[in-house]
Design a protein. Structure first.
Length: 257
């Protein structure tokens, strides 16, 4: 995407919503992981704990497996069409099969081993309390944070590696969903746009692309049958956003694989 554009995304089902949350947390943890400061390590640990909390949903691994299986079935059907790059298609299918094997291996949830980690368990318990991980609350955490940066980074890398099959699956699923976008140029009259969806090819993700230098932004809502977009303006952070009265041209991407 061009640097002078902003992409706003809205998931239209719970599965994609969970995938986007996990993508955000993996990116956040990885971005701060290599930082040498105590605050970098704290930010990475907080992201890992959030990943653990999301993965504690007993059905999430199953949902990711179902999404990969659905992607594989869709891609296999493409093989019969003319003009398909079969080498690229086979590479994607092999990647999906490998991820499915990794996720199906064993009965436990990814990250189960680090759930037994005493330090992370205590930090996780205290994280629900505002400022609950202050140094006086968890001396063991302060002791770990005061260790050399190389040691902390090594621990964080090992903890994140527990979720590697999930991270790779999330990355591929979202790559395929975003890559399936049906793009169009649309106009929102008086700042409002609405579209009904084809139930035979459910849209999973709506993406709205707007210039980076405009004063308005989209608020997207929707479900399996339709979605709507309100373009709103906010004069400053203390003011309530109000709907624009302009005729707004934007790029719309409906992603359905």
């Amino acid at each position: 995407m061009q640097a002078d554009s902003i992409v706003y995304e809205q998931p239209l089902n719970e599965r994609v919503r969970a995938l986007l949350r996990l993508e955000y947390l993996f990116e956040r943890a990885a971005f701060r992981m290599s930082g040498a400061s105590i605050w970098d390590s704290r930010a990475s640990v907080e992201a890992i704990i959030d990943i653990m909390n999301i993965m504690s949903r007993t059905d999430l691994k199953t949902e990711i497996i179902k999404e990969l299986e659905r992607d594989a079935a869709t891609l296999e059907a493409l093989g019969a069409k003319r003009g398909v790059d079969h080498e690229r298609l086979n590479e994607l299918l092999e990647r999906i099969r490998g991820l499915l094997n990794d996720l199906r291996r064993g009965d436990s949830m990814p990250g189960q081993d680090i759930r037994q980690n005493e330090l992370l368990s205590y930090v996780r318990q205290r994280s629900s309390i505002p400022a609950g991980t202050c140094s006086f609350d968890i001396p063991a955490y302060q002791h770990w944070l005061e260790r050399p940066a190389e040691s902390r980074i090594s621990d964080i890398q090992a903890w994140l590696a527990e979720f590697e099959p999930v991270r790779d699956a999330v990355t591929l699923c979202l790559q395929l969903i975003r890559g399936s976008a049906n793009a169009s140029r649309e106009v929102a009259a008086a700042g409002f746009f609405q579209r009904n969806l084809d139930s035979s090819a459910p849209c999973q993700l709506v993406r709205v692309v707007v210039p980076a230098d405009v004063s308005w932004f989209p608020e997207i809502s929707g479900g399996r049958h339709r979605f709507s977009i309100r373009f709103v303006e906010q004069l400053d952070t203390a003011s309530r956003p109000t709907q624009s009265n302009e005729e707004i041209t934007f790029d719309l991407q409906c992603c359905a694989i």
